[in-house]
Design a protein around this ligand. Structure first.
Ligand code: DSN
Length: 478
């Protein structure tokens, strides 16, 4: 494909949009310009390929296809069947899974599909059996009461939020925390690492129906073989949410005990983080859960997004290429280099480093809250997000941490030397930001003081750093 094809495609698309609502076309163009200019360190973001982006802008968006291949609730789904089957096939090949369900619209949706599949598989509930899609009309009022009673108080054991676990693993603000009686395992206070003996102890005491592994802010690998043994020892279904590190599994950086697919009963993921696909989710499982998983729509999902499934098929095909393995390894190498650069300059890192794609800086070492640090870095052209650290005294809103990750900058081509420069820029900002005060003189957890001239200098340095690594070099919007 010539480079011009991509520029032509995006230019033409914007021209067509501009003729209807120019402000939307302008916002799309501005988003590309902003992304090109910012040092993006958000661990959960990436840059999808032009082919993946283009696969989403088409007529598939107009098609309803509730159900799944072979049992649709709408006619005329033959082309949707084609892309759904392609995406599932690529996913199965890439991850070595027996079954792939590629409809979930997000990670939360993928987890909901998995939870319902596990409940349907594990809980002896005549009401639930009736609630399955084909019999839903037969449900009486009494059945619905029975359903709530039979499914209530099922137990889930997952990683605690402040240790790096995810909201959807049973925490109150999410539906999973209302569906399940939840308990958490944390990390060792001295090392910050998962203590498998403690997980086993918690599992023995709590006897969960589901043991969940997976994280969004834990900077280390998890041994899924050991976690499966723990699940088996208490008869739990073992679920792994690999949303953050799916790209590292796909790229064979996480293998053996660290590859969740051979060890878990069911694996969920998003497709847009380190996997570098379109925004969306996916579920992988063995044959025993496949039928229940395929009932995800309409059990918990709205109509599938065929245009996104088309893009998933494209991105998964890209991830099967040999250069994706190289990309995945560079993500981890860059995270190491970034962590080393920060440590060398005196930053305090949760667990003292990283062996995946992310680094969690404990910014209390700089006398700041996460909120202050996040904003000061943003003023300086560095995009990160605040995140709780284990036993965080500042809670989940202000936090004491800054989470950073390398998937996006690695896609742009930055390497170890640029990671060291990035560490220098971050350290400069963080060490020269001081906490601010409220109008009444009391200390603020949000306000901060940073010399605007310093912020401008760092922004310029960040922009100079990025200039050598153009984002979407093949796309010229003119
Ligand atoms: N929002 C994603 C993240 O940033 O980790 C996961 O929910």
């Amino acid at each position: 494909m010539s480079l011009n094809a991509e520029s032509t495609a995006f230019r033409s698309a914007l021209e067509v949009i501009r003729a209807v609502e120019p402000r939307v076309a302008d916002a799309i163009g501005a988003e590309l310009a902003d992304q090109r200019e910012s040092l993006k360190l958000i661990a959960s973001e990436n840059y999808a390929s032009p082919a993946t982006l283009l696969a989403m802008g088409n007529w598939f968006s107009d098609k309803y296809a509730e159900g799944t291949i072979g049992r649709r609730f709408y006619a005329g789904c033959q082309n949707v069947d084609t892309v759904e089957a392609l995406a599932a096939e690529h996913a199965k090949e890439l991850f070595g899974a027996a079954h792939a369900y590629v409809q979930p619209h997000s990670g939360i949706d993928a987890n909901l599909v998995a939870f319902w599949a596990i409940l349907a598989d594990r809980v002896e509930s005549p009401a639930l059996k009736k609630a399955q899609v084909r019999q839903v009309n037969d449900l009486t009022e009494a059945d619905w009461f029975a359903l709530r009673r039979e499914l209530g108080n099922q137990r889930m054991l997952g990683m605690s939020l402040d240790a790096g676990g995810h909201l959807t693993h049973g925490f109150r603000p999410n539906i999973s925390g209302k569906m399940f009686d939840q308990r958490s395992y944390g990390t060792d206070p001295a090392t910050g690492l998962v203590d498998y003996d403690k997980v086993a102890e918690a599992a023995r005491e709590f006897k969960p129906l589901i043991l969940v592994a997976g994280y969004s802010a834990y900077p280390r690998k998890v041994n899924f073989r050991i976690m499966r043994e723990i699940a088996d020892s208490v008869g739990a279904t073992f679920m792994v949410d690999m949303a953050h590190f799916a790209g590292l599994v796909a790229g064979k950086v996480f293998t053996g005990d660290f590859d969740p697919v051979p060890h878990a009963h069911i694996v969920t993921t998003t497709t847009h983080k380190s996997l570098r696909g379109p925004r969306g989710g996916m579920v992988l499982c063995g044959p025993e859960l496949a039928d229940q998983v395929d009932r995800g729509c309409p059990m918990v999902l709205g109509g599938p997004l065929p245009h996104v499934m088309a893009a998933k098929a494209v991105a998964l095909a890209e991830a099967r290429r040999p250069d994706f393995a190289d990309y995945a390894q560079r993500i981890v190498d860059n995270a190491h280099a970034l962590a080393e650069g920060l440590l060398r300059r005196g930053a305090k890192l949760v667990t003292g480093g990283t062996d995946n794609h992310l680094v969690l800086i404990d910014v209390s070492g700089y006398g700041l809250t996460g909120r202050q640090a996040e904003q000061a870095l943003l003023d300086s052209g560095i995009v990160t997000n605040r995140n709780a650290v284990p036993q965080d005294p500042n809670g989940a809103w202000y936090t004491s941490g800054i989470r950073i990750g390398t998937p996006a900058l690695t896609t742009r081509g930055l390497g170890a030397s640029e990671m060291d420069t990035t560490a220098e820029l971050m350290h400069t900002v963080l060490s020269q930001t001081t906490p601010g005060a409220n109008a009444d003189g009391t200390p603020s957890k949000a306000k901060y003081v940073l010399d605007p001239a310093l912020a401008e200098t760092v922004s310029k340095q960040a922009s100079d750093l990025l200039a050598g690594f153009p984002l979407y070099p093949s796309v010229d919007l003119g």
